[in-house]
Ligand binder design. Structure first.
Ligand SMILES: NC(=O)c1ccc[n+]([C@@H]2O[C@H](COP(=O)([O-])OP(=O)(O)OC[C@H]3O[C@@H](n4cnc5c(N)ncnc54)[C@H](OP(=O)(O)O)[C@@H]3O)[C@@H](O)[C@H]2O)c1
Length: 317
């Protein structure tokens, strides 16, 4: 069942954003607050969302009209391979607490954040929403992916059994203000920004990157994702998750060139082809979210320049 009515999220709706200090949660909080919503948040030291009883009690007190579930244990390949137990169990626990707690507290709407990395490793490109659960997963993040797939199944189950207007979004690789620049745990874009910046500072003649530079990836500014989340909360009520991407990809070499230009690094870029490349291409099919009238607005180069400026300002502070 797919409805398209703005009554799905009244302008006066009070919304709990879980994970409001994260990359996604902070952008969603800014967007919903700018749209005039009352946004409720809790820091992790006040409310650990793995604690189902405390989460339900909090939600019953606050009685939000809607919930955005952007809290998760998130990380790169290194963190996923070092802590598979936490990536599986923390995410399952957070999802169980927040989705069941939201329903018990009478929240009419809930948006769960999935991720493009939970599609099968060899899904046909561009990846459509119906590719989910059609093939083996990328082994390095399987515990994380299985937890997230359980979350999407949980959303569908609440829809089927209770008629709840709960939905899921599947964002592509994101970047934006407040991104994680720790080289041990960061995603590719902040890692590139930091490496080119530091190579420039130290006068290194060359930056060597893993792989051949030929894999293709897409990157979406998190403020564009936040706008898509607002559109979905207002106008989407279907069983299937909805992809949110920018509709075009670029090679890692092109991405590295862009970051090199933005950071003003004068040296060379080298590729270590003895290192693994990963999947050759990962691009989402965005027909469904496009049909709802959303499109990305922030060009990649502008977004990277803004993130770089923000990170430098933060590092200098
Ligand atoms: N980043 C991407 O490229 C990307 C792409 C696709 C999908 N997504 C999805 O978007 C969602 C959010 O990702 P993100 O990149 O915004 O991650 P993030 O920056 O690491 O933020 C995660 C947030 O969750 C909170 N959190 C984690 N465990 C918690 C707990 N036990 N109790 C309370 N809060 C807890 C963290 O709190 P603290 O601030 O206290 O640590 C943080 O605010 C995830 O579901 C992810 O799969 C992200």
């Amino acid at each position: 069942m797919t409805q398209t009515t703005h009554e799905l999220l009244p302008e006066t709706a009070r919304i709990f954003v879980a994970g409001h200090r994260g990359l996604v949660g902070s952008a969603v909080t800014r967007r919903l607050a700018a749209d005039g919503h009352e946004v409720v948040t809790r820091d992790r030291d006040e409310l650990d969302l793995r604690d189902a009883a405390r989460t339900e009690s909090f939600l019953r007190d606050v009685r939000p009209d809607a919930v955005v579930l952007a809290a998760a244990k998130v990380g790169g390949i290194m963190a996923n391979s070092t802590y598979p137990v936490q990536f599986l169990e923390d995410n399952l626990r957070i999802q169980l607490s927040v989705i069941a707690g939201a329903h018990a507290a009478g929240a009419g709407r809930l948006l769960f954040l999935g991720s493009s990395c939970i599609y099968p490793k060899l899904a046909p490109q561009p990846i459509r929403e119906d590719a989910l659960l059609t093939g083996p997963l990328e082994p390095t993040n399987e515990p994380y992916a299985l937890a997230k797939i359980a979350g999407i199944t949980q959303i569908r189950a609440y829809r089927r059994q209770y008629g709840a207007s709960y939905i899921s979004a599947m964002p592509t690789n994101l970047y934006g203000p407040g991104d994680n620049f720790d080289l041990e745990t960061s995603h590719v874009l902040p890692a590139l920004i930091r490496r080119f910046h530091e190579a420039g500072e130290s006068g290194a003649p060359e930056v060597t990157l893993w792989g051949t530079g030929t894999p293709r990836r897409e990157f979406l500014h998190v403020d564009d994702l936040a706008a898509a989340c607002a559109v979905l909360l207002r106008s989407y009520d279907g069983d299937d998750p909805v992809n949110v991407g920018c509709g075009e990809d670029l090679t890692i070499r092109e991405l590295a060139e862009t970051v090199r230009e933005v950071t003003g690094y004068p040296g060379r870029i080298a590729f270590d082809a003895t290192r693994p490349d990963g999947t050759p291409r990962k691009l989402l099919d965005i027909s469904r979210i496009s049909a709802l009238g959303w499109k990305p607005r922030i060009p990649l180069r502008d977004g990277i320049a803004a993130v770089y400026a923000g990170w430098r300002a933060g590092a200098a502070a």
